[in-house]
Design a protein around this ligand. Structure first.
Ligand code: SF4
Ligand code: SF4
Length: 99
């Protein structure tokens, strides 16, 4: 089990700041198919700390992902297995301010 970021994400980056294992990564902006942030399911320790930080309630435990967002479960995993994966990002440059 892992937590999953759904396509509700507005890319503000708040979740990244609280994750104790640093397993939340923004898709590079220049890659159009990776517009949001993703959780590495192999590293997530299911602590749930990211959930209350999200201003749009975009993060769910895998078993609670709403039906309309179940494709995002595989998208998070695919981002790390076959996509860009971890990279040396500057959070302040990657986040979109919501206020
Ligand atoms: S549940 Fe915990 S370990 Fe998993 S992504 Fe959220 S903050 Fe990180
Ligand atoms: S806190 Fe929510 S909206 Fe912000 S980057 Fe994380 S998942 Fe996306």
């Amino acid at each position: 089990m892992a937590y999953v970021i759904t396509s509700l994400c507005v890319r503000d980056g708040a979740c990244v700041e609280v994750c104790p294992v640093e397993c939340i990564v923004p898709g590079p902006k220049e890659e159009g198919e990776w517009p949001i942030f993703y959780i590495d399911p192999d590293t997530c320790i299911d602590c749930g700390a990211c959930v209350p930080e999200c201003p749009v309630d975009a993060i769910f435990p895998e078993e609670d992902v709403p039906d309309e967002f179940t494709d995002d479960i595989e998208l998070n995993a695919f981002y790390f297995s076959d996509g860009p994966g971890y990279w040396d990002f500057d959070l302040e440059k990657e986040r979109v301010q919501t206020e």
